[in-house]
Ligand binder design. Sequence first.
Ligand code: HEM
Ligand SMILES: *[C@@H]1O[C@H](CO)[C@@H](O)[C@H](O)[C@H]1NC(C)=O
Ligand SMILES: *[C@@H]1O[C@H](CO)[C@@H](O)[C@H](O)[C@H]1NC(C)=O
Ligand SMILES: *[C@@H]1O[C@H](CO)[C@@H](O)[C@H](O)[C@H]1NC(C)=O
Ligand SMILES: *[C@@H]1O[C@H](CO)[C@@H](O)[C@H](O)[C@H]1NC(C)=O
Length: 525
Amino acid sequence: MRSSFLQLSALAAVATAYHWPSPKFDALEALLYERSPEPAGPFLEAPSLVGLLNKCQPSSTGVSVAAQWIRFAYHDMATHNVDDGTGGLDASLYFERDRDENVGDGMTATVFELIDFPDKYVSKSDVEAVGVVLSVAECGGPTIPFRMGRIDATGPGPQGVPKPEQDIATHIESFRKQGFTQSEMISLVACGHTFGGVRSPDFPEIVPPPADGSELISNFDTTPKFDNLVVTQYLDSTTQNPLAVNSNKTVISDFRVFSSDKNVTMKRLAQPNVFAKTCQDLLERMINTVPKGVKLSEVIKPLPVKVGGVQLSVTQNAMRLKAMLRLATANPKRKITMFWQSRDGKSCTRTACSATFVGTNDTTTVLTRRAGMNPQKYWFDTPVNATLSASKFWFEVDEQNGKKPIVLDNEGTGYELQDRVLFDTRRTKSDFSEEIFSFVTTVVVAIRDDITPSRVYATAMWRKGDVKHQTFDLHLAEDIAPTAGYVFYKGDAVGSSDFSIDIFSVVNGKTFVEDNRRTEFLEFS
Ligand code: HEM
Ligand SMILES: *[C@@H]1O[C@H](CO)[C@@H](O)[C@H](O)[C@H]1NC(C)=O
Ligand SMILES: *[C@@H]1O[C@H](CO)[C@@H](O)[C@H](O)[C@H]1NC(C)=O
Ligand SMILES: *[C@@H]1O[C@H](CO)[C@@H](O)[C@H](O)[C@H]1NC(C)=O
Ligand SMILES: *[C@@H]1O[C@H](CO)[C@@H](O)[C@H](O)[C@H]1NC(C)=O
C-alpha cells in the first residue's frame, strides 16, 4: 500500500506541466491510451479506437483490421514529395479512393472504422496516425511515439502509390520521393508486409480467385502478428508471400524490392530486435511525413491523472454533475471523494458538496502497461443543489495507507465549470424527418433564468464529413417546463444524428460556450 501511495504522488507530481482542459491533447491522449468499458460501463461512451482492432485477431474471413489501417496510412503518405514538400499523411486519401492504386474493400472498411473519431480538435490524419501506433502495439510490435498536429487536405493530391507490376527502378525513385533510401524502402515494405496479405477480389492477377467464387486472402507470412517472419520465411525460401513467390513474375514486387541490395538489408532484419527497432523508426517517420509547414507536437505520453466526461446538467428541481477521474494505478482499497464549490464560490460545505464514485473501470491497454500504468477510470454522477450550483470541482484520493489523502485540484485552480449554458443530454434527440427526408437533431440546452442572453446559437459539425459547420439559433422551448432555475432553449441541426456541436450564449457582449458536445452516444432515459 505504501508503494502505491508513493507511486501515485510521484505520478501526480509529473503532471504539473499539464492543465485541464486541453481538448485536443485530451482527445488524442484518450484515443491512444483509453478503451471504453466493455461491455458498456456505467456511462455511455463513444466506442474506443483500440477496441476495433480486436486484439490483432483477424476476422473469421481472415481480415485483419490492423493490416488495413497500416496499408491505409501508407497509401495516404506515399504521395509525399520530398522535392517540394507537398503531400504526406494528410487524409488526402479520402479523396483518392477511386484510383486503381488504392483498390480494395479494406480501405472502405477503414474509412467506416476511423470516421467515428475525428472532430473539431482531432484531424482525420491524426486518427490515421494513432491507428498505426495502436495497430503495431496491439499486434505485439514496438511502441511508436505519437505526435499530434496533422492537418487534413481539402482535396486530392497527386498519384504515385507504388504498384506491384512496376519495376525496381520505379520503386526506388518512388521511395526516394517519399523520403526513404533504397535500404529504408526494403525495410519499410517488410515492416508493412508483416501484416495482412493480398486479396483475390482486389488483385486477381496476383491471387487468382477460387473456382467456387469465394474470396481468398493470401497472407504475406504465417502470422497476423508483428514479427519478422515475412523476412525469415523469404530468406529460407519457405515464404508463401504472393508478392515474392508467384507464377506471374510481373507482380513479384516484394521479391524485387527485398533482393535489390543482394539481401543485405533482409539479412540484418532477420534479427528480431533489429527488425523491431528499424520498423519502430521507419513507421514513426512514415506517420510523421507531413506536408511542409505542418508542425507536430511533442510526444504524447499517458497522463498520470486525467479528468474527462465532465457534464453539468439540469434535472427536475436539481442539477447533476458527471465526471470521470482516471488514475494511473489500481488500488481496490482506494477512497476518492469529489468536492465542488458553489457558483458564488463560498456556500458549499465539505459534507454538503461532496460525493464518491459510482463506478470504476479498468482501462489498461498494451500501451499503458508498457508505460508502467494500469489506469482505472472512476465515474462520478452526483446531484448538485440547484440553488448553489457549481463553479469548480476537485478530488481527494485516500489510498487507505495511513497517509494524508492526495488532493488533485488541477494545480490549484480546481476543475472549473460554467453553468450559464448547459447541454441537455437527455432531451437532445435525433429523428428521421419524412418531411425533408433527412435526420434532424433537436439540440436542447438549459439557460440560467437570472440572465437573459441576447442570442443563443450553435454550430454543428457533421463528424462523418460533408455537412460542415452549420450555424443555427436556439429559441425558448415553450414545451419544456422551467426547473431548477433554468429555462430551456432548442434548435435543429439538419442532416445527421451525429454532430459535434458548440453552443453559445451571448450575455452582455460576453459569450459562454458548451464546447464540442456530441449528439451521438447520449444518455437515454
Ligand atoms: C513497393 C511498395 C509496395 C507495393 C507494391 C505494395 C503492394 C501491396 C499489395 C498489392 C497489397 C494487397 C492489397 C489488397 O489485396 O487489397 C498490399 C497489402 C498491404 N500493404 Fe503493401 N505494398 C508496398 C509497400 C507497402 C508499405 C511501405 C507498407 C507499410 C509500411 C505496406 C503495407 C501493406 C499492408 C499492411 C497490406 C495488407 C493489407 C490487408 O491485409 O488488408 N505496403 N501491398
Ligand atoms: C501478370 O500480371 C500483370 C500485371 O497485373 C498482368 O497484366 C498480366 O496479365 C498477368 N499475367 C498473367 C499470365 O496472368
Ligand atoms: C536473396 O534471397 C532470396 C531468398 O533466399 C534468393 O532467392 C535470392 O537469390 C537472393 N538474392 C541474392 C542476390 O542473394
Ligand atoms: C465497468 O464498470 C461497470 C460498473 O462499475 C461494471 O459493471 C463493468 O463490469 C466494468 N467493466 C470493466 C471492463 O471493468
Ligand atoms: C440548497 O441550498 C440552499 C442554500 O444553502 C438550501 O436552503 C436548501 O435547503 C438546499 N436544498 C437542498 C435540497 O438541500
